[in-house]
Write a protein that binds this ligand. Structure first.
Ligand code: NOJ
Length: 749
């Protein structure tokens, strides 16, 4: 099937929207603003004898009451429901179909925090383009992604869905994802609408407790939390999802300042805004709206165009709200216009259905698996490599012990937010290692700790196949001993440890960062054998690795590496490729240090040691931007195009990167900046440029950065506006956030 690029001009879109609007009743308009989950597996759960969830949605379809559907993944089912929507709609308006395509649809990419750790916008874009292609093939038009919430508290489970702590990196990753999902413009063939979320401040949930309130100063909002949204909007994002929680005492979904003055007026967003699931209902829960009609009116007036709901839409009350004058016809029409414009731009009226045979073909495209493997290789971060234990030389080994249940679990290799994955296509780390070393090396496996355990219910349990089985008759002591015994008789032990995939993600916050269960004990028992140990960490948040960081020679963070994770990890462990990922967050020693960010400000320091706790260091276990590789790089002194520029002018910074090793490798060159004085206090350093470069063995490459008003201005709480100060800057270019800032330049008034 060939999809034509939809070249509808802005005037055409406007004319078509006007023509439809002129025909629509208020009920039909409210219908366009309603997005329903469709949960066929709840068909038999009608409870009190009334209609089941899917029956309610079908009834709404029959009365022009559905604008959008979500949580569908099968091409035939989507075609069926699209037909029902169109036939039930008096004007034949198709539904937009949305889904949580977070890190892949059928082919699963590494989790988003891992993709961010690649510091490689190209591979991030490629990954989301694959996800878009697969999703669009089955009839999905819109991804509820990327999640661009800055997250500085690893207790918050959704840190895994974002790009970490930094607004500059976060902006680059957000823009790359939007380009990947959407292509150049809405209507690009085989792409979907990108929906950056959750606007805004969700990542600052108090105590890391998911959905709890955020209190963020205006300066932090403008300087830290909004920039990734700005970048996503500038990249053309067609949708934004508003957030659940109260932001500074007002629900984000009912916050007119946030959704109108900031999002539309200041950030220039002109697409449509969807609420999060049940978030309009929640305006009542949050003691903000009096009842559902009040919630509906205030949500729409605040700037939400579409309500996402399971049943019983609050937006059904919009008709009465318009009659009562609580919502103006202009406001209602403006929201409907945005939704219809997206449908027209996507070409949905011309091509509402998909070719099911073609969908099957697209989902099986081996090129997608190749992108997943590349992305996983790019994402891994080598945290420690004492004595250059890694890479392992497969031809010098005769036996390898692979230890830990995460090494042998397909589901955990994929990470959370997966629904349509294909387990048969998923390569575990154990399988990947076996495939890489071949017959000559004996690879033996021991679980060491129980393969699955649950300490809490997961919101994803309702989807079949998501609930792991509890192991029976598992003797923990004996299994640890057996794993250690296996390590004892092997040339090397590769231990895989971390969190199970259901321990992180939405509604999966934690009060500790320790390795769950008896995994630390297992690692200690294996290390005690004296066999060299490589630790592979599977995680989406920093974990308490204080002991391994001192006692395990090689630690590679592989995150949840996705469908081809096993092959990617084996390629890195055995040196077919060199790791070059970098941490997108500051890795704390312990949960007691949280939050800890590299871009803090400086303050009173009586003992001149920068120490803030008497019982723990104030430094992290690993700094932001940290990551080792198998190459060795030296960076020349930065050359500036000028020592002094005026406010508003731009300078360039050039650095030569030399690979002094005898293997080709990649390095992420990072530029940090510090403003010495000005209208507000400024952070000790901030990332203001980065580039991932491949450098041949013994070769050099030149990297250039630009510093201008975009990099030098900030929002000041003193003036309550953007400022660019005339001041002195310290600058450093290095390979992590601890680089010395030993170059200066001046900005004059
Ligand atoms: C709730 C989550 O907060 C949001 O990120 C997701 O897209 C929706 N549910 C739909 O699943």
């Amino acid at each position: 099937m060939t999809q034509q690029i939809n070249m509808t001009s802005d005037e055409d879109v406007r004319a078509r929207v006007d023509a439809l609007l002129a025909e629509m009743t208020s009920e039909e308009k409210a219908g366009q603003l309603t997005q329903y989950f469709y949960m066929d597996f709840m068909r038999d759960q009608s409870g009190d004898g009334g209609p089941s969830q899917p029956e309610m949605v079908e009834a709404a379809m029959a009365r022009s009451g559905v604008g959008s559907l979500l949580f569908l993944m099968d091409a035939a089912e989507i075609n069926r429901l699209q037909r029902a929507t169109i036939e039930g709609n008096r004007l034949g308006i198709p539904a937009l179909v949305g889904f949580d395509v977070i890190h892949g649809f059928r082919t699963i990419m590494p989790v988003p925090i891992a993709m961010a750790a690649s510091w490689d916008p190209d591979v991030i874009e490629q990954g989301q383009a694959v996800a878009a292609r697969e999703a669009r093939a089955v009839g999905i038009h819109w991804a509820f992604a990327p999640m661009v919430d800055i997250a500085r508290d690893p207790r918050w489970g959704r840190i895994i869905e974002g790009a970490g702590e930094d607004p500059y990196l976060g902006g680059a990753v957000a823009a790359a994802q939007v380009r990947g999902f959407q292509g150049g413009r809405l209507g690009t063939p085989e792409r979907v609408i990108a929906g950056p979320k959750h606007f805004a401040g969700y990542g600052a949930a108090q105590g890391g407790r998911d959905y709890d309130e955020s209190h963020i100063s205006d300066a932090e909002l403008w300087n830290v939390y909004f920039p990734p949204f700005r970048a996503a909007i500038e990249a053309g994002a067609g949708n934004i999802m508003s957030a659940y929680m109260d932001l500074n005492g007002v629900p984000a979904a009912g916050n007119r300042w946030l959704l109108n003055e900031v999002l539309r007026d200041a950030l220039g967003f002109d697409g449509f805004v969807v609420s999060d699931a049940q978030a309009v209902h929640n305006l009542v829960t949050q003691h903000f709206a009096a009842d559902l009609p009040d919630a509906a009116a205030r949500a729409l007036n605040a700037g939400n165009d579409m309500e996402m709901t399971f049943v019983d839409p609050a937006f059904d009350h919009l008709v009465a709200a318009v009659k009562a004058g609580r919502v103006s016809t202009e406001t209602l029409d403006a929201a409907v216009r945005r939704v219809l414009a997206a449908k027209i731009r996507l070409g949905l009226f011309e091509e509402p259905y998909v070719d099911e045979a073609y969908a099957t073909e697209v989902l099986a495209d081996p090129a997608h698996r190749a992108v997943a493997q590349l992305a996983a290789q790019r994402s891994a971060v080598l945290l420690r490599n004492e004595g250059d234990l890694l890479p392992l030389a497969a031809d010098e080994l005769s036996s390898i012990a692979v230890i830990g249940p995460l090494a042998d679990s397909q589901r955990d290799t994929l990470g959370p937010w997966i629904f349509n994955h294909d387990l048969a296509e998923t390569v575990t780390i154990l399988d990947g290692i076996k495939a890489r070393v071949g017959e000559g090396v004996e690879v033996r496996y021991a679980a060491g700790v129980r393969p699955s355990f649950r300490t809490f219910p997961s919101m994803f349990d309702m989807w079949s196949g998501n609930t792991p089985d509890e192991p029976e008759n598992f003797d923990d002591d004996a299994e640890i001993a057996a794993a250690a015994a296996l390590a004892q008789v092997s040339d090397v032990a590769i231990v895989v440890a971390g969190e199970w995939q259901n321990m992180i993600g939405e509604s999966a916050s934690r009060s500790s960062l320790e390795l769950p269960g008896r995994q630390l004990e297992l690692i200690q028992a294996v290390v005690a054998t004296g066999t060299p140990v490589v630790l592979l960490v599977m995680n989406g948040r920093p974990l308490d690795l204080r002991w391994p960081a001192e006692n395990v020679p090689a630690i590679l963070d592989v995150w949840y590496p996705g469908s081809q994770g096993g092959h990617a990890v084996a390629a890195l462990v055995f040196g077919d490729d060199s790791p070059a990922g970098k941490l997108p967050f500051t890795w704390p020693r312990t949960v007691g240090q949280v939050p800890i960010v590299y871009s803090h400000t400086r303050s009173h320091d009586p003992d001149k040691q920068g120490r803030r706790y008497w019982d723990e260091e104030s430094t992290p276990l690993y700094p932001f931007g940290h990551g080792l590789g198998y190459g060795a790089f030296s960076l020349g002194a930065p050359t500036l195009s000028a020592d002094s520029i005026a406010v508003g002018e731009t300078l360039t910074v050039t650095v030569t990167v030399t690979n002094t090793s005898n293997r080709s490798a990649e390095e992420v060159v990072q530029l940090y900046l510090h403003q010495r004085y000005g209208t507000s206090s400024r952070p000790v350093r901030e990332l203001k440029g980065f580039q991932r470069v491949a450098v041949a063995a013994g070769g050099s490459e030149t990297v250039e950065f630009t510093l201008g008003p975009d990099e030098l201005r900030y929002w000041s709480a003193a003036t309550r506006d953007w400022v660019q100060d005339a001041t002195t800057y310290d600058l450093g270019v290095g390979t992590d956030s601890t680089v010395e800032l030993d170059t200066t330049f001046v900005v004059t008034a």
